[in-house]
Design a protein around this ligand. Sequence first.
Ligand SMILES: Nc1ncnc2c1ncn2[C@@H]1O[C@H](COP(=O)(O)OP(=O)(O)OP(=O)(O)O)[C@@H](O)[C@H]1O
Ligand SMILES: [Mg+2]
Length: 285
Amino acid sequence: MSKLLPNIKHVVAVSSAKGGVGKSTVAANLAMALQLEGYKVGVLDADLYGPSQPLIFGVSEQRPDINADGKMSPIMAHGLAVMSIGFHLQREDSALIWRGAQLNSALEKLLFDTIWPELDYLIVDLPPGTGDIQLSLSQQVVVAGALVVSTPQELALLDAKKGLKMLHQLNIPVLGVVENMNMFICPQCGHEEHLFGHDAAQLMSLQYLVNFLGSLPLDKRIQQGDESGVPFVLAHPDDKVSAIFREMASKIVEIIAQNEADATPIVPQSVEQLQPQVKEIKWNI
Ligand SMILES: Nc1ncnc2c1ncn2[C@@H]1O[C@H](COP(=O)(O)OP(=O)(O)OP(=O)(O)O)[C@@H](O)[C@H]1O
Ligand SMILES: [Mg+2]
């Protein structure tokens, strides 16, 4: 049965069909950028096999409190409420329960058994692909929209197109495309080198009539932010790369508000409604 999260105004997913393109990095920095804009923000790490958010927020060693009803307090990191299966797998008393859980029920537990504070945005970091977790998320909550992260290489873009199709079929509004690692800026001379050619993601967004949310450079400091526990946007709030994340955050806020103003409300679909559609997905792009 589909449920809503009463404390949370908007659930925003960060997706890509391909692995390693920067979803977790974008999710964490987008969350920080929204917080800098004054919103209350949480992060749900829905990558059950490869959780990244505990590391990115520097809270890998922390363990959520679990109350007598089995409800979990999120870990607070830099003012954000964070929940991840990564907090549980090291924990002897709960690791077995989590390992044995079906994907669906593990996601449901993270969503509904977390005592989320009042949030304007819950950013969901999805695993790569077009599979069960994406389907399960769309069945369990109303998702205000998803962004698709892509790198500029042709193959990654093909995957991004698959991702767009999947979101349409799951009835999740596409907020837009983010192009990651599109160019290298030489730290010595400031020369901008477009490593994989220009504008492919912008062209794709035009072709598929989705918003283009921004291009992020390949920047060592972004990766260092991921590993140091202080996401880039928090470490360098006034940097021009942070401005790209902040602009992305503003666009997302605007698009969601616009969608809500126009909308026929989006309701989560039942398993019965969705599964036949998903079986019929044809990747003939
Ligand atoms: N713009 C960037 N500049 C430099 N490094 C980056 C950038 N974006 C991501 N990275 C680095 O690339 C690696 C992959 O990024 P990330 O883990 O965010 O990808 P992902 O799509 O979430 O991967 P997965 O599919 O495995 O979940 C990480 O080491 C990250 O720090
Ligand atoms: Mg990831």
